[in-house]
Design a protein around this ligand. Structure first.
Ligand code: KG4
Ligand code: ZN
Length: 337
């Protein structure tokens, strides 16, 4: 019999709902929040209020778009964390209420696990590639930079982590220094396409093992620009594309180097990327080139699955449903795992 999951994601500033049936995404709706743009970052209180306003219509529309009846939903999967507590609370409360009212199981999902599992979403026609286990995933977002080893659908281990800023934060904070709007990652990616990636060099961290550090790069970028602006106040405007290309090149080099090391150390060649920064063209191109040299089986996510979305929560929900991994009504969200 088919398994139909209603999935809810509300960990940060996107309210998303999806219907996933037997590992196939029937609908995946995302309501973004423009309210944060002028603040240069996500304002937690505003985010939770926007989730409250959005959650009911987004879920209703996701169910309608999928063409399923409420009675066909077998379980509700939701993001328990990590994320902003006020935001998580909205999704968690909604999921608990929905499950209770329909007397169906509740499934808690780790947001990071969900980002990694986007590679296991099935196509409706059975086409498409699915990675083999063990699978290595470089998870790069605004809040996380990790190398994750996925042993099977439900078991994962973190092999490397950032000790300070996340890769997305490096893009966003350096973008802010250049006067770009939040989040600056997509704009830097676009501008980098027309710039010279070797125009400028910035400090790279000397991190041992598989851990990352990005705060030194941000400081090096800031002081470099401060010096240049003293000589020429128009320096950023005149060199914007080159600055973006050089910054992106540096971040990508750090990420790719660690991925190569992780593959070498573990012997794993089934490799993917996930999270907001996995949309980056520089990162994708560099990994495709590396993959050709190293004979990797490389997985790049669909752009719609790079940012926060409920489809990824639904795929974890599906695999947890199959083994009966349910949670009860006493569950509360957690900001950090
Ligand atoms: O996964 P995500 O949507 O939210 C978090 O869980 O953090 O990631 C958002 C991050 C932001 O830092 C944003 O600047 C970055 O992903 N990002 C990009 C690109 N698209 C989004 N960074 C670089 N290049 C992109 N094309
Ligand atoms: Zn995320």
């Amino acid at each position: 019999m088919a398994v139909t999951i209603l999935a809810i994601e509300s960990s940060c500033d996107d309210t998303s709902a999806a219907i996933v049936r037997d590992g196939v995404v029937l609908s995946n709706l995302i309501a973004g929040q423009d309210v944060h743009k002028s603040y240069g970052g996500v304002v937690p209180e505003l985010a939770s209020r926007a989730h409250q306003a959005n959650i009911v219509p987004v879920v209703a529309e996701a169910i309608k778009m999928a063409g399923v009846g409420k009675h066909e939903i077998d379980a509700v999967a939701f993001t328990r964390g990590p994320g902003l507590l006020g935001s998580l609370l909205v999704g968690t409360s909604f999921a608990k209420g929905f499950a209770l009212s329909r007397n169906i199981p509740l499934i808690e999902v780790n947001h990071l696990h969900a980002h990694v599992l986007v590679h296991f979403i099935k196509q409706i026609d059975g086409e498409g590639r699915i990675p083999a286990f063990p699978f290595l995933c470089l998870l790069v977002s605004g809040g996380h930079t990790k190398i994750i080893l996925l042993k099977n659908y439900l078991e994962m281990e973190t092999l490397g982590n950032t000790i300070d800023d996340a890769a997305g934060e490096a893009f966003d904070k350096c973008g802010k220094i250049m006067g770009l709007n939040y989040p600056a990652g997509p704009a830097i990616d676009k501008l980098a396409a027309t710039g010279n990636s070797k125009a400028f060099t910035f400090a790279k961290p000397m991190m041992k093992g598989l851990d990352f550090s990005f705060s030194g790069l941000k400081t090096s970028f800031l002081y470099f620009l401060k010096d240049k602006l003293k000589e020429d106040p128009g320096f950023i405007d005149k060199n914007l594309a080159d600055l973006c290309a050089s910054l992106q090149y540096t971040i990508v080099e750090i990420l790719v180097k660690k991925t190569v090391t992780a593959s070498r150390q573990t012997g794993i060649k089934s490799i993917g990327i996930a999270g907001g920064v996995s949309a980056n063209a520089g990162l994708r191109n560099a990994l495709v080139a590396e993959s050709a040299k190293k004979g990797w089986d490389l997985y790049l996510p669909k752009f719609s699955y790079t940012t926060d979305n409920a489809a990824m929560i639904g795929i974890v929900g599906y695999y947890k449903y199959l083994v009966g991994e349910f949670t009860d009504q006493s569950v509360v969200p957690v900001a950090r795992f």
